[in-house]
Design a binder for this molecule. Structure first.
Ligand SMILES: [Zn+2]
Length: 271
């Protein structure tokens, strides 16, 4: 069984210390998949200075030289890997970036190129800002061949382009839902990679301030029973002492199983 960690929102506004504070005793155990924004535009959240919440200014990652140096070193030491997390992560009046931007295809292409050039690593995973993807946003990511880590699972035709694998995947998810006694409205994380014509998708378990260890253990055990894998997703900027304890205790819990392998998020998609 594979176990991975994804952390969102590394960008120009991130200090290397903020990552070290949360992960210095975690990334020796499991490499952290940093979902990174290449040209961050501010929005309302902790850790972004208030004057940039609505300024609309884009900040290239390279303008934070300390962070770029830290990322290169962490990549070299295999403590982190880097995924693409949107292009600007900006909120549009009519939706989140990969629901509402007029040019998601360009954003995927140029964002990936930019991170690859700056950090000297290829990028194979995409994390949608706010876990939100329109049909066109999903098509843009899929056409680029990037694998998607999310927490959503919509098969509505208005939300998803259909390819030759979609129907079989829909059936898999439906069987899992029925086998676990869930109704259509019950939330769950499907614990296997879903492969499509040119990309693959995997769902993550969120760690937010309200999440309990018991909930995560239940999700982990359900994935285990199904012969699946597990990915925890969080945001370094909201990880305080209580969330950190939940994370460490979940890692300890998973580590008790001899067959659990702590892997980079990219390895979740390996065959
Ligand atoms: Zn984000």
């Amino acid at each position: 069984m594979k176990f991975a960690i994804r952390d969102d929102d590394t960008c120009y506004f991130t200090s290397p210390d903020a990552l070290t504070r949360v992960y210095s005793d975690v990334w020796d155990r499991v490499p952290v998949g940093l979902a990174t924004v290449p040209f961050a535009i501010g929005y309302e959240r902790a850790g972004i200075p208030r004057e940039h919440w609505h300024s609309g200014s884009a900040f290239p990652l390279e303008q934070n030289g300390d962070l770029v140096a830290a990322l290169r070193e962490l990549l070299e030491r295999r403590r982190v890997t880097v995924a693409l997390h949107g292009y600007t992560h900006q909120d549009f009046p009519r939706g989140f970036e990969f629901q509402a931007a007029p040019d998601p295809e360009r954003r995927v292409r140029e964002g990936r190129q930019y991170l690859r050039g700056l950090l000297r690593r290829d990028i194979s995973v995409f994390v949608p800002p706010h876990n939100a993807l329109s049909k066109r946003g999903l098509s843009a990511v899929a056409a680029a061949g990037l694998n998607i880590l999310g927490s959503f699972l919509s098969f509505r035709p208005s939300m998803r382009p259909w390819d030759r694998a979609t129907l079989a995947n829909w059936w898999r998810v439906r069987r899992f839902r029925a086998a676990t006694g869930r109704s259509k409205s019950d939330r769950f994380v499907y614990p296997h990679v879903l492969r499509y014509a040119g990309h693959a998708e995997f769902g993550c378990h969120s760690l937010v301030p309200a999440t309990t260890l018991e909930e995560l253990v239940a999700g982990f055990e359900e994935a285990r029973r199904a012969g699946g894998d597990f990915c925890l997703a969080t945001h370094y900027w909201e990880v305080g002492d209580a969330m950190k304890q939940v994370m460490l205790r979940l890692l300890d819990y998973a580590a008790r199983y001899a067959d659990v392998r702590f892997v980079a998020v990219e390895d979740l998609f390996a065959r």
